[in-house]
Design a protein around this ligand. Structure first.
Ligand code: AMP
Length: 413
């Protein structure tokens, strides 16, 4: 059913932005928007959540209808900072408040097959894929696409979970059973809750639980964050080159180390996508770049994205300010890159060393001509692999910032 579009409203500083989710993305959005004079209120089940430390917070579960109603009452406009928004809550908020982003795009990006179909419909390439509802489907798909290929659950996967690289035919059966089971598990948990109409068990409906993608032998991975306002203005940020370690983003390098023509094409694709999807707010577009310069979109996120954190210190407008501008229907900010930059994520195991480095004299930084900007999210518990903060390294040449990361010896594990 097509979504009924809310009439665009322009919200001036002084208005209250309600944020579903109180993690680091909400916190940075609130910090940025507060500087412009907006007020914020976050809804998050964890007391003292990162966003709750810088704005009022309603402490309640995401599917708590009473709490959602209170958020609607206190906010003039509502946005979200994560994707697994409960369908019932989204509908209630759209009814009782103003949600310029709507929920259609969330519904699309919560499901890999819907997402791929929407990307293709906007005329943007994705890696060849087949839907997989049974082992027989998987065998047929592997024969058509060839191996290696990547098998993924259509919902619930993140940071490399819910997927397997298949290199040999004798790996198909095990991978199918394992991922079909994972998918059934994630469908049963509230956070991975699929939207209405999804299959609950493998092969239970026409909606396939898995997707097989052709393996793209990429030269690098890049992402572009685009923004669109209800009045239809579209802007994109410079492409970031992303390096992952253990499937978690480690570095974003900007400018990406690919020819300018590819950077331009990536931005054009992201802009075409956000307009084609009729989206409002931010859309992060992750892409593979092949050796011959072809681009394939891998994944979308309809929110601020880790690979856009470099914009906080390196661009004329940050992704967070841009998001607030977009949902409030202000003119979008200039996205010019003011300096080359490298963003390095600070995970639990890096926290102490990184804070120590950035809060004392740093001779390596001075010698390399690198300026480090520390951002810490205020999470109460630090764990290995958990995103605790990031550092934006401003530099004349990204090689100098990469040398700093190397020389600190902090990111070897
Ligand atoms: P995803 O969860 O789809 O973002 O995938 C996580 C990571 O797996 C990506 O960042 C890639 O490094 C790798 N990957 C995913 N899909 C493919 C593919 N079709 N070909 C090659 N590598 C892939």
């Amino acid at each position: 059913m097509p979504e009924r579009k809310a009439q665009p409203r322009t919200l001036r500083p002084g208005a209250t932005v309600g944020v579903l989710g109180g993690g680091q993305l909400g916190r940075m959005m609130a910090l940025s928007g507060s500087a412009m004079g907006y007020r914020f209120v976050a809804l998050d089940p964890a007391p003292d959540a990162p966003c709750g430390q810088v704005s009022p917070q309603i402490v309640a579960a995401y599917d708590d209808i009473g709490a959602a109603r209170e958020l609607a009452r206190r906010a003039d406009v509502i946005t979200y900072e994560f994707e697994n928004v409960d369908a019932g809550v989204a509908a209630l908020l759209a009814e009782e408040s103003y949600v310029p982003q709507g929920s259609a795009l969330l519904h699309t990006t919560q499901h890999r097959l819907r997402e791929k179909a929407a990307i293709e419909a906007a005329g943007v390439p994705v890696a060849p894929y087949r839907k997989v509802a049974s082992l027989a489907d998987l065998k047929a798909a592997a024969a058509e696409l060839g191996l290696p290929a990547v098998l993924k659950t259509v919902t619930g996967g993140y940071d490399g979970k819910g997927q397997a690289v298949l290199r040999w035919e004798d790996e198909l059966e095990d991978a199918f059973r394992r991922l079909a089971l994972e998918r059934a598990d994630s469908a049963a948990s509230p956070q991975g809750a699929p939207a209405a109409g999804d299959a609950g068990s493998p092969g239970a409906s026409e909606d396939a639980p898995l997707v097989l993608e052709k393996f793209v032998p990429f030269r690098c991975e890049i992402s572009v964050i685009a923004a669109r306002s209800p009045r239809g203005e579209v802007k994109s940020f410079p492409a970031a080159e992303n390096i992952h370690v253990n499937n978690i983003l480690h570095l974003s390098i900007v400018p990406a180390r690919v020819p300018e023509a590819i950077q331009r094409k990536a931005r054009e694709l992201a802009e075409k996508l956000i307009a084609g999807l009729d989206a409002v707010g931010l859309l992060a577009v992750e892409m593979f770049v092949t050796e011959d310069g072809e681009l394939f979109v891998n994944e979308l996120a309809p929110r601020p994205h880790n690979s856009g954190h470099y914009t906080m210190d390196a661009c004329a407008t940050s992704q967070f300010e841009q998001h607030v501008r977009a949902v409030c229907n202000l003119p979008l900010g200039d996205t010019e890159l003011l300096t080359p930059a490298v963003m390095v994520n600070v995970l639990g195991q890096h926290l102490e060393g990184a804070v120590g480095r950035c809060t004392s004299d740093d001779e390596d930084a001075n010698r390399l001509g690198v300026i480090s900007k520390l951002h810490i999210y205020g999470k109460t518990e630090s764990k290995t692999g958990r995103k605790m903060g990031h550092i934006n390294l401003l530099c004349k040449d990204t090689a100098d910032a990469l040398a700093w990361v190397e020389q600190t010896n902090l990111w070897r594990n």
